[in-house]
Design a protein around this ligand. Sequence first.
Ligand SMILES: N[C@@H](CCC(=O)N[C@@H](CS)C(=O)NCC(=O)O)C(=O)O
Length: 207
Amino acid sequence: MNKPRLTYFDFAGSRGEECRIALHLAGVDFDDVRVKTADWPALKSTMPFGALPVLELPGKAALAHSNAILVLIGRQHGLHPGDAFEAARHESLMCAVEELRHTITPTLRITDPEQKRAAREALATGELATWGRHVEMQLAGGQGPFVGGATLQVADIKLYMVVRWLTSGTLDHVPTSVLDHCPKLLGVYRAVGEHAGVKAWMSLSAH
Ligand SMILES: N[C@@H](CCC(=O)N[C@@H](CS)C(=O)NCC(=O)O)C(=O)O
């Protein structure tokens, strides 16, 4: 291996896509390895924590957990705050995204349609709404449009990806308006989506 390798599933979303966008914005030439679902069982036990994404850098051990990967890329390429407290503030938002995903994941496995509806409706009016309020309060003091002000950093990518998912309508019974009470957060989402580098990645990866 002579260049960085990012391994994730073969779709343009969630934790893996966050890392791909960060690598792209950082200008890193990387191998974008996309694992087919059928190949995953054989690979799972070879990954540091049995999950993806995983980043490999020449001469280093494989690195798992999306936030650790994002922070590393951010630190190495100017996409994460240099100030320790400001960095921790960004990381706390990134942790909040992971916590939220862990709240949602069990509802992805519900097969009974009525149970799923009940769980998702409760999620939308409960944990999702509360999560949005908490994030909004964290963003309240900032100038925007990004978490740290005028410059996009890895925490913005993390928030973008989860807001895109939650407001896309693909999560059955979660209305696309679920975060309408969070104008600052939606502002981060819009600003990331309009960022030239992010748009460039989207058009590249659409092919
Ligand atoms: N905390 C980890 C969670 C990783 C995770 O759960 N990844 C999912 C895909 S988004 C996965 O690998 N699922 C397949 C499996 O666990 O077998 C992270 O942030 O990277």
